[in-house]
Design a protein around this ligand. Structure first.
Ligand code: SF4
Length: 224
């Protein structure tokens, strides 16, 4: 099969996967709690190496004490660290949140900018965080969020040959319709947690099995 036809077949398969995931997981909301784009940015920074549930336990008090970029930029660092301690890597996260908010105040009037390029200037913000913030705060699909679940499932589903998140994202952006970029990621996270787990993927219960080149791998058979 020519490269062009192979790619077209892959694209068709990606679209069918998307349709099935949409049927399986009807809604794809952001699971972080926030009231403003700044709060979403902060919650997303906190969610690195941490569950959204844990972040949602921490942010009510955090945002009560420091509700916006000005307050966070001027916060006492020790107090900020104490408030976010349970999310892990708290010193680094506190430093990044404060530095990012200081830049928001200085350069963006205390607001979160609406472009990938500007967001990437903020300390502690890489493409993953920027994609989440742009999609949920402003409904801008600038890229595909690639977290550990999206990385694992996209590879197992044969939609990318790469392990590097930037290259995976590039493949997914070519395969999927732009309006679906963010909801794809959220649904893959749901599917990764429920079915396509890292160690014990439940291929026998997976609605994507007939579309998945990894469904027949011995590691999966042995785990069912
Ligand atoms: S068939 Fe198995 S490996 Fe493929 S997506 Fe489903 S659970 Fe994951």
């Amino acid at each position: 099969m020519s490269i062009t036809r192979k790619w077209a077949a892959k694209k068709q398969r990606a679209l069918e996967i998307l349709v099935r995931l949409k049927k399986l997981y009807l809604d794809a909301p952001c699971t972080l709690n926030y009231a403003t784009p700044v709060q979403l940015l902060v919650a997303t920074i906190l969610s690195a190496q941490c569950t959204d549930e844990r972040v949602n336990l921490v942010t009510p008090e955090l945002f009560r004490r420091f509700p916006d970029a000005v307050a966070l930029a001027n916060a006492d660092l020790a107090e900020l660290e104490a408030l976010i301690r349970s999310t892990g890597f708290f010193r680094n996260k506190a430093k990044n949140i404060q530095a990012a908010c200081t830049l928001l105040v200085k350069e963006f009037n205390g607001e979160v900018p609406r472009s990938m390029e500007q967001l990437l200037k903020l300390p502690g913000v890489a493409r993953k965080t920027a994609n989440v913030v742009l999609a949920h705060a402003y409904n801008i699909n600038a890229g595909v969020t690639v977290d550990t679940h999206v990385k694992r499932l996209s590879y197992r589903l044969g939609l990318t040959d790469y392990e590097d998140p930037i290259r995976i994202e590039r493949d997914l952006m070519r395969l999927l319709p732009q309006p679906d970029w963010e909801n794809w990621s959220i649904r893959l996270v749901y599917h990764g947690r429920a079915i396509c787990k890292a160690k014990n993927p439940l291929c026998g219960a997976c609605v994507l099995a007939d579309l998945c080149p990894s469904a027949a791998l011995p590691i999966i058979e042995g785990n069912n």
